[in-house]
Design a protein around this ligand. Sequence first.
Ligand code: PGA
Length: 261
Amino acid sequence: MARTPLMAGNWKLNLNHVEATGLVQKLAWTLKDFRYDQTKSEAAVIVPFTDLRSVQTIIEGDKLPLFWGAQDVSVHASGAFTGEIAADMLAKLNCSYVVVGHSERREYHGETDALIGQKAKVVFDAGMTPIICCGEVLEIRKAGTHVEYVLGQIKECLAPLTAEQVAAAVIAYEPVWAIGTGEVATPQDAQEVCGAIRGYVAEAFGEATAEAVRIQYGGSVKANNVVEIMGQPDVDGALVGGASLNADEFAKIVMFYAAGA
Ligand code: PGA
């Protein structure tokens, strides 16, 4: 069964709820102008918590061809955890996706693979899909141990999940040295690690699970490099930071399949 590519825009700490509404509207108009075909790629916006309700309202109200999601979640369901947001709260806002373990959460908030695995589990338990991030820093890439390093991350992040959950999950391979730096991995670099991740999933969870799981590449994806990256057999989408804040640029990324058509 063919995997539908997922093009997800990770807004990070950008845009208040008023600005969010504007960007979602502009994105939807642009996609309509470009004759976007939702069967060829799925488009999602991964927005700050405070934007979620406004983004949900406009997408549902206007029946826009977009999914939405959050950038993080608590492992706790409720209680004395000041500042945390529970998976059920996100599910109630009809989020489809929740990013877990982004390298910025790992770096600035000390998130570990074990915690990220727990987060992926609570996202599934609440009826949503986690986008589970992994990726190596530059020193590891230079040492040439990036494949085993990333597989180590993935092994621990997927450990709490069933094969059925892994099949439905999204994994985002984002080399840290390529995030927000303009330094994009070559399509071959992306394929090497995405292919290795699929190989690990096949070994640990079975061939059918490996065929189903979607694996994204992330790190300085732009309209002018997305086509080549998406041309790789094990790359099923992109997690896009900076370029997702511009409606025209992100629409072109979402519509990578139409390039040259
Ligand atoms: P970037 O960010 O596209 O700005 O490099 C990607 C990400 O961090 O998800």
